[in-house]
Design a protein around this ligand. Structure first.
Ligand code: CP
Length: 317
């Protein structure tokens, strides 16, 4: 694997899931693979899970890790080629990415969308500028439209919680939120579940929250949440802002919050969320604190997803 930006960079999802689960059972199996190699972690936005799990994963492989909160501690970056830098930006990504590429063997970057300019976000302008100039493999720690480390984790988590011969019914449901959030997690989840091909996948949301069909593919959309949840084995809860009315909140309908009552007609579904989650807005306390929630185990699996990805890049570089 040369980079990790989307599922398209992965030769095979089941194989990567196997590698991750193998690391879960034997974390230090490849403790020398990353000796004398350094992972740079560049953050333009906040993070708890991605930041910490990736550091643990890199250290399990023997790598050194450097974390750089470039939004707070770096020079203000210019992202536009050909810009006349007479304004607030001090350093062009051309130099910044290229210089960091001199220090790191693998560069990982978190860069959220602005949610103002759909074209800029959906062409992945920021992460693509880093890829263009870094000169070393780049791993996405969440970009404008995708969060592949999260989605690999999600597939791992479903795989390890599902032992039956039939495919599980996996329902991704929109839930309300007070802020306009990116579509990266639901886009990516849909992309990975479709590529994995081992689930009956349904998406439910209020009208107007349709995601980019490039990611959702042929997954059925059911606008009635209760109907969608019937018989679900896994319920993946997430808020996102509108893709068509780009970046806007078009519903705050609290009846979409996931409660025990909402789960009544599922097949005792396991409840997943990428976290952080706003309690009693997105998911009720009774669900998060109850037996059906697997959000902590899911977050724990972030380590094995990151370790599988880093190991595959180390083996191929
Ligand atoms: N799920 C996730 O990416 O968490 P963080 O934003 O805390 O990294």
């Amino acid at each position: 694997m040369k980079q990790f930006i989307s599922v398209e960079d992965v030769p095979g999802v089941p194989r990567l899931v196997d590698i991750a689960l193998d690391y879960k059972h034997n974390p230090f199996r490849d403790k020398s693979l990353g000796t004398n190699k350094t992972l740079g972690m560049i953050f333009l936005n906040p993070s708890l899970r991605t930041r910490l799990s990736s550091q643990v994963a890199a250290r399990n492989l023997g790598m050194e890790v450097v974390v750089f909160n470039i939004d707070k501690e770096g020079w203000q970056l210019e992202m536009n080629d050909g810009a006349i830098m007479s304004g607030n930006t001090t350093e062009h990504v051309k130099e910044a990415a290229a210089v960091m590429g001199q220090y790191f063997d693998i560069m990982s970057i978190r860069t959220f969308p602005g949610l103002k300019n759909k074209e800029e976000d959906y062409t992945e302008k920021y992460i693509n500028q880093f890829i263009k100039y870094a000169g070393v493999p780049v791993v996405s720690l969440e970009s404008a439209t995708l969060h592949p480390l999260q989605s690999l984790t999600d597939v791992i988590t479903i795989r390890e919680h599902w032992q039956q011969p039939r495919k599980p019914k996996v329902v991704m449901t929109w839930a309300p939120h007070v802020k306009a959030l990116p579509q990266a997690v639901p886009n990516s989840f849909a992309q990975w579940i479709n590529a994995w091909g081992e689930a009956d996948f349904v998406i439910t949301h209020p009208k107007g929250y349709e995601l980019d069909p490039k990611f959702t593919g042929n997954a059925p959309i059911e606008y009635n949440q209760d109907k969608a949840l019937e018989g679900a084995d896994f319920v993946y809860v997430k808020n996102w802002s509108s893709y068509s009315d780009y970046g806007n909140i078009i519903s705050t309908d609290s009846s979409w919050m996931v409660t025990n009552q909402k789960l009544q007609h599922t097949a005792q579904a396991k409840v997943m969320h990428c976290l952080p989650v706003r309690r009693n807005v997105v998911i009720a306390d009774e669900v998060l604190d109850g037996p059906q929630s697997i959000v902590i185990k899911q977050a724990g699996n972030r380590v094995w997803a990151a370790q599988a990805v880093l190991s595959e890049i180390l083996k191929n570089s």
